[in-house]
Design a protein around this ligand. Structure first.
Ligand code: PRP
Ligand code: ORO
Length: 176
């Protein structure tokens, strides 16, 4: 039931029809503006438990991804009922001052982590986060996204030797 409700909320709040330019520079006929759902009071409360359920057989104790899309997804998982899970944020580039970190939050060195995303198209954003996490010595157990656009992210992530799961495909949102 909550999965159906989240699909309904995403369809109503976040699916935008019309010509758009994607992060990759390619053009598309629709955009899934997931921030309109991940920052929505009811949708956020569904996202955390559903992503915990989707990844229940993966052993991790920290979750994060490339800012900005991944941030509310990671905190939704952190705050959902269940075991203790920390969140972290992967900056697009390391900060030039202060601690000069690219990954913010509790230290993930030597820990098993889950990389998340809101929408996945090419898979470049989660891969950037995977590489940053590995570079500082975290073990990435998998990548999970809310909406997969069915444009090859699964293969790109598999080529990196990482498992990839999504909560929804295009058909779930009336886009297939
Ligand atoms: O699978 P990909 O081809 O990487 O595309 C999807 C990415 O595009 C969006 O972020 P965007 O790049 O617009 O940046 P933002 O998170 O800073 O808004 C979205 O949140 C994903 O991160
Ligand atoms: O590829 C993207 O940039 C992209 C597609 C989409 O549907 N939603 C989004 O936030 N980004």
């Amino acid at each position: 039931m909550s999965r159906e409700r989240l699909a309904q909320l995403i369809t109503e709040l976040a699916v935008v029809h019309g010509r758009v330019t994607l992060s990759s520079g390619k053009e598309a006929d629709y955009y899934v503006d997931l921030r309109r759902a991940t920052l929505h009071h009811e949708a956020s409360r569904l996202i955390g438990p559903l992503l915990r359920e989707l990844t229940a057989d993966w052993d991790y104790d920290a979750v994060g991804g490339l800012t900005l899309g991944a941030d509310p997804v990671a905190t939704a998982i952190m705050h959902a009922p269940g075991r203790e899970i920390d969140a972290f944020v992967v900056r697009k580039a390391a900060k030039a001052h202060g601690m000069q970190r690219q990954i913010e939050g509790p230290d993930i060195v030597g820990r098993r982590v889950l990389i998340v995303e809101d929408t996945t198209t090419t898979g470049n954003s989660p891969l950037t986060a995977v590489r940053a996490a590995r570079d500082i010595g975290a073990e990435v157990v998998g990548v999970a996204t809310i909406v997969d656009r069915a444009t090859g992210a699964d293969e790109v992530i598999a080529a990196e030797g990482i498992e990839y799961r999504s909560l929804f495909g295009l058909a779930d949102l009336g886009l297939g």
